[in-house]
Design a protein around this ligand. Structure first.
Ligand code: GLN
Length: 207
C-alpha cells in the first residue's frame, strides 16, 4: 500500500514524514504516472490557487478527479481541503477544485487580522486528548450536504461553531495542519481509511 502526496505545491515533506511515521509508504506525486501507483492521496497545505493552476499545467486535474470518482481515499489539509470542496467562496475566478466533498468552503475565512491561530478541538473518530489544531490563513466549511459527516468544530472565540473537519465516504478534510504538530492521530485515521479501502478492493477482486 502506497500513499501519495500531491507535490506540485505545498508542505509536502511534512506530510511525507507524518505518513511514514504512521507506518505508510509515501511518495511524492507530480505526474499522472505517479498518481497511478498510489492507493490514497494527501493534498497538503499551501496555496489552492497555485495548486489549481499547476494541476492543469501538469495534467493532474482530470486524473485526480477520476481517481476521486472511483473511490480513492484522499485527505486534504487546509489548501487541500479547498481542493476537495465542491464549492469555493472567496476564490480566484479561474480557480478550480478537484471536488468530491459536497461542501461549501470559504478561503481565508478566519479573517486577515487572525492569519494564524491555534486551538484544541474535539475530533470525532480521534481517541484520547483533544487535537491541537494549527490554522494558517485557513478556510472553514460554511455548509455541508446531509451525507457529509462533521468531525470537528471550533469551540469558543469569534469562530465558535465553525466546521473545520469533515468526512464524506473515502474523503477526509481538515482546515488545520496536523502535519505540523507531531500528533499523528489524523494521519493514522487516514492511513486506516486507505487500508480499509484497499482491503475492500481485494475482497471484491477475490469474489
Ligand atoms: N489560504 C490558502 C489557500 O487559499 C490556504 C492556506 C494553507 O493551506 N495554509 O489556498
Amino acid at each position: 500500500m502506497v500513499i501519495g502526496v500531491f507535490a506540485l505545491q505545498g508542505d509536502v515533506r511534512e506530510h511525507v514524514h507524518a505518513l511514514t511515521a504512521s507506518g505508510a509508504s509515501a511518495i511524492a506525486v507530480r505526474r499522472p504516472s505517479e498518481l497511478a501507483q498510489v492507493d490514497g492521496l494527501v493534498i497538503p497545505g499551501g496555496e489552492s490557487t497555485v495548486m489549481s493552476r499547476l494541476s492543469k499545467v501538469f495534467g493532474l486535474l482530470e486524473p485526480i478527479r477520476e481517481r476521486i470518482a472511483s473511490g480513492m481515499p484522499v485527505y486534504g489539509s487546509c489548501a487541500g481541503m479547498i481542493m476537495l470542496a465542491s464549492t469555493v467562496l472567496d476564490g480566484r475566478a479561474d480557480q478550480e477544485s478537484f471536488g468530491g466533498i459536497d461542501m461549501t468552503v470559504r478561503r481565508n475565512a478566519f479573517g486577515r487580522q487572525v492569519d494564524s491561530f491555534e486551538t484544541d478541538l474535539e475530533f470525532s473518530g480521534v481517541e484520547g486528548d483533544p487535537v491541537h489544531a494549527v490554522f494558517i490563513r485557513a478556510p472553514w466549511v460554511e455548509g455541508v450536504a446531509p451525507d457529509v459527516e462533521v468531525l470537528a468544530r471550533v469551540s469558543g472565540g469569534p469562530a465558535d461553531g465553525r466546521i473545520v473537519a469533515v468526512r464524506q465516504g473515502n474523503l477526509l478534510a481538515t482546515s488545520f495542519h496536523p502535519e505540523l504538530t507531531g500528533d499523528l492521530r489524523v494521519h493514522d485515521l487516514f492511513v486506516r481509511m486507505v487500508q480499509e479501502a484497499d482491503n475492500q478492493a481485494t475482497e471484491e477482486a477475490v469474489r
